[in-house]
Design a protein around this ligand. Structure first.
Ligand code: ADP
Ligand code: MG
Length: 297
């Protein structure tokens, strides 16, 4: 493992974190009710797709552990070139077909084998998946309706999330009346309003212009700090992973392999400001060299 991190915030202890993604976690953190299982664990997970008579190995023997830190979720970035299996890995956590189930190995969430989708996990996609016939408010209320929250309560929760993502005054608009950045704010509000313990994001800012992308990255970090959930964020942008990730899982492929886990410090600055910092540029250069080296070294 490469550790370029000087320190983590006091609220996010890193003790017990494996030094290498290959290492198995021997020490299980202990909570008030006994040992706390990892948030997500992959045990030698492979995924093979069939194309006619051909077999195609999309993921090959992926092993990792994301521990459960008390009152503090981690921000995990999956970084790698197109086709290296990032979405496959993410959708295996989500329990979504056709990537789920794995062809071999085991995916565990909260210590239990994943059997399919669940309310503890929520996904944000690149292509602004709002319901076109629902207003912003109704979109954000959707998951709360499914949870059976009473009307007044779900309205309050939805309105507070709409404010948090900066969409006050747009509650009655429909998705087609919004810009790409605004649509993705709706998707984020809708996803976070149901308070999932794991948020899965598949290149959510990939279609946005650079300035909107910066502001969305900053917003996401601000919201994540309040939420205490674990985020898995797929990107092929090195600077995005370097800015967002507490840890970056570097992937190569196909066949998709996890080649290295890299711990990173959390910048205090905005994404634009941090790019002028020499140590940030060094991290970006390091990641770039690892992405282009055959073994990630
Ligand atoms: P990434 O998200 O890193 O771009 P994916 O996880 O989407 O990569 O895909 C990894 C590999 O698996 C790619 O070569 C892709 O073509 C293949 N693949 C993904 N989904 C399917 C599928 N449903 N059927 C066949 N092959 C697939
Ligand atoms: Mg993908």
């Amino acid at each position: 493992m490469s550790d370029v991190s000087p320190a983590k915030p006091a609220s996010c202890p890193t003790e017990g974190t494996p030094k290498n993604w290959e290492a198995k976690s021997e020490e299980i953190p202990t909570g008030p009710h006994g040992p706390v299982p990892p948030v997500v664990q992959f045990k030698n997970v492979s995924k093979e797709f069939r194309r006619g008579n051909d077999k195609f190995l999309a993921l090959d023997g992926v092993d990792f552990v994301v521990e459960n830190l008390p009152d503090c979720g981690e921000f995990v970035c999956l970084l790698g070139p197109s086709g290296c299996g990032k979405s496959t890995l993410l959708r295996l956590i989500a329990g979504l077909e056709p990537h789920f189930p794995p062809s071999a190995g085991e995916v565990l969430v909260g210590g239990k084998t994943v059997l399919g989708p669940g309310a503890d996990r929520a996904m944000v996609f690149q292509d602004y998946t709002s319901y076109p016939n629902r207003t912003v408010l109704k979109n954000v209320e959707f998951g709360l309706e499914i949870q059976g929250k009473p009307r007044a309560e779900r309205r309050d929760i939805a309105m507070s999330w709409i404010a948090k993502v900066g969409l006050q005054g747009h509650e009655k608009k429909y998705p087609h009346e919004l810009s790409g950045g605004m649509k993705q704010r709706v998707a984020i509000a809708r996803t976070l309003a149901v308070r999932p313990s794991i948020v899965l994001m598949d290149e959510p800012f990939g279609a946005l212009d650079p300035e909107t992308r910066y502001s969305m990255q900053e917003l996401l970090i601000q919201l994540w700090k309040e939420m205490q959930s674990t985020v898995f964020f797929v990107t092929h942008s090195i600077t995005e992973a370097a800015y967002l990730g507490d840890r970056v899982y570097l992937m190569h492929g196909p066949p998709g392999r996890l080649v290295e886990e890299i711990k990173l410090p959390r910048p205090e600055e905005s994404p634009l400001e941090v790019e002028s910092r020499a140590d940030f540029r060094e991290v970006v250069a390091l990641l770039k060299s690892k992405i282009h080296s055959p073994k990630g070294n």
